[in-house]
Design a protein around this ligand. Structure first.
Ligand code: GLP
Length: 237
C-alpha cells in the first residue's frame, strides 16, 4: 500500500489522470472502474482535458462503475448513470456501449458481476471513500460481502449524500454495488480522498485492523493500491 499526500485536490486530479493515461495506453480494451461522488470530479475534468488535447484516447476503453441507487432510472438526474454521462462520458470519445453502470431498476447484481469477469476484470479501479469508510456502497457491516450485491445505506451515507437531492427524504435507502471481492479483484486501485471529513476514515482504513466495520481497511490486503490524499484527509495519519 502506497500513501501519497498532495497539497490540494487539483494536484491530486493531475496525478490521478496521469496514472489513468499511462495505464489506458497499455492495451486496447483496457478496463477502468469508475466512481461517483464529488471527489473524482476534478480527475474527470483532467481526463476530459487530456482527451480534448488529443493525448488520451478512450475509443477502445471499457468502463464499469462501482454502484447505482436502487429505484432510480438511468435518466434520473440523481442517478449515477446520469452523473457519469454529465461529468465524463458525454465529453470524451468513449463508446457509450462500452460504459457500464449497474441498473438501479433491474438490480442485475449477478449479471453485472459476470459481465466484469467476462471483460477480464477491472484493470484500474478508481475509488472514493465514504465518511463512514465505505467503498463503492459497501457499508460498515459484520462481514465483508464479496460479489456485486444490494446494500442498505447507513443513515450517515444518506445524510452525506442528501446534498445531491432536493431533500433527505428523496435519497434512496439502498443501492446496488460492486462487492468487496469485485473491488479487490481489480489489478490496480487508486483511492482519492480530500477534506477533513475523510481524515478519520482514512486513518482507520490505513492504520487500523482489517475489519468489515471499516470496509476500506480491506485495501491493506491488496497488492497494488495507492491512496492519493490531500493534507486534510491525511491529517490523522
Ligand atoms: C458515494 C459513492 C462512493 C463515494 C462516496 C464519497 O457514497 N457511492 O463511491 O466514494 O459517495 O463521495 P464524495 O466523494 O462526494 O465524498
Amino acid at each position: 500500500m502506497q500513501v501519497l499526500v498532495y497539497k490540494d485536490a487539483a494536484t491530486i486530479a493531475k496525478a490521478a489522470a496521469a496514472i489513468f493515461a499511462g495505464e489506458i495506453a497499455k492495451k486496447d480494451g483496457y478496463v477502468i472502474g469508475l466512481a461517483t461522488g464529488s471527489t473524482p470530479v476534478p480527475t474527470y475534468q483532467e481526463l476530459i482535458k487530456m482527451n480534448k488535447e488529443g493525448v488520451l484516447d478512450f475509443s477502445k476503453v471499457i468502463s464499469y462503475n462501482l454502484d447505482e441507487y436502487v429505484g432510480l432510472e438511468p435518466t434520473h438526474p440523481c442517478s449515477y448513470r446520469y452523473f457519469m454521462n454529465e461529468q465524463l462520458f458525454d465529453h470524451i470519445n468513449i463508446d457509450k456501449n462500452n460504459t457500464h453502470v449497474p441498473n438501479g431498476i433491474t438490480c442485475n447484481a449477478e449479471e453485472y458481476e459476470e459481465a466484469i469477469k467476462a471483460a477480464g476484470g477491472v484493470d484500474l479501479q478508481l475509488l472514493g471513500i465514504g465518511s463512514d469508510g465505505h467503498i463503492g456502497f459497501n457499508e460498515p457491516a459484520e462481514d465483508f460481502v464479496y460479489p456485486t450485491n444490494i446494500v442498505k445505506l447507513t443513515d450517515q451515507t444518506i445524510d452525506d449524500n442528501a446534498r445531491f437531492f432536493n431533500s433527505r427524504d428523496e435519497v434512496p435507502t439502498s443501492a446496488i454495488s460492486m462487492g468487496i471481492g469485485t473491488i479487490m479483484s481489480a489489478k490496480r486501485i487508486i483511492l482519492i480522498a480530500t477534506g477533513k471529513n475523510k481524515a478519520k476514515a482514512i486513518a482507520a482504513a490505513i492504520k487500523g485492523p482489517v475489519n468489515p466495520a471499516m470496509p476500506a481497511s480491506i485495501l491493506q490486503m491488496h497488492q497494488n493500491v495507492q491512496f492519493l490524499l490531500d493534507e486534510d484527509a491525511a491529517s490523522e495519519l
